[in-house]
Design a protein around this ligand. Structure first.
Ligand code: HEC
Length: 198
């Protein structure tokens, strides 16, 4: 059942494909019309001009023949504008140029809906990486500062702390010796022990 359906669709496509292209116009004549009227904006071979004028590769597929015809006849009030060719091109020239566009390989689009490297996307992506990089750098910097200051404070603390503690211990020892609580041997031994700890 499914195979039959796919077969039927394929048959319709193979029959309808070339039949449609022939019914639009003459692609060779259309090429001349395109080069005289459209190429200065849409680029050689309708490949588009970066950021300004869309590629017309695959435009017929995307917009349909009628959609492309409407665009050509009425133009578009965009910035930059797509001029209206109603009255400037004959009906035959319009159908010929559509046939030419339809015959072009779709290729890559560099601007407009469905473009490969859509410019805005590219810019947004570039921005994102930019901010990510800066955030990462900032985090690393903050980490370095925090860790650095912790070490500095700690080493200062240790130096002053242990120094005063040792001085204190020696004072206590001297005081006890002076009070006669410990004798000379004991005093000397304890002082040696304290010195060893340093
Ligand atoms: C002055 C420059 C200019 C010329 C000449 C010009 N166009 Fe355009 N065309 C544009 C611009 C700009 C757009 C994009 C409009 C938009 O953003 O919707 C456009 C859009 C189109 C589109 C719609 C594409 C899409 O993807 O939506 C078609 C089809 C088209 N042009 C066909 C033609 C044809 C065929 C000719 C020659 C007969 C032609 N244009 C001549 C500037 C031009």
């Amino acid at each position: 059942m499914r195979a039959a359906l796919i077969g039927a669709v394929a048959l319709v496509l193979t029959v309808a494909g070339p039949a449609r292209a022939q019914s639009i116009g003459d692609a060779d004549a259309g090429r001349a019309v395109f080069e005289a009227n459209c190429a200065m904006c849409h680029g050689q071979d309708a490949a588009g001009m970066m950021g300004m004028h869309p590629s017309l590769r695959g435009a017929v597929e995307r917009l349909s023949v009628e959609g492309v015809e409407v665009a050509i006849r009425n133009g578009r009030d965009t910035m930059p504008p797509m001029p209206a060719f109603e009255g400037r091109l004959t009906d035959k020239e319009i159908s010929d140029v559509i046939a030419y566009l339809d015959a072009l390989p779709v290729g890559s689009r560099n601007f407009g809906p469905g473009a490969d490297g859509d410019m805005m996307d590219g810019m947004m992506e570039g921005r994102m990486w930019y901010w990510l990089a800066w955030t990462a750098l900032l985090l690393v910097l903050v980490a370095v500062i925090v860790i650095g200051s912790i070490f500095t404070v700690r080493s200062l603390w240790n130096r002053s702390g242990s120094g005063s503690r040792k001085g204190e211990a020696l004072d206590i020892l001297k005081e006890r010796f002076a009070r006669g609580e410990i004798d000379r041997d004991e005093f000397e031994e304890r002082r040696r022990l304290l010195d060893d700890q340093r």
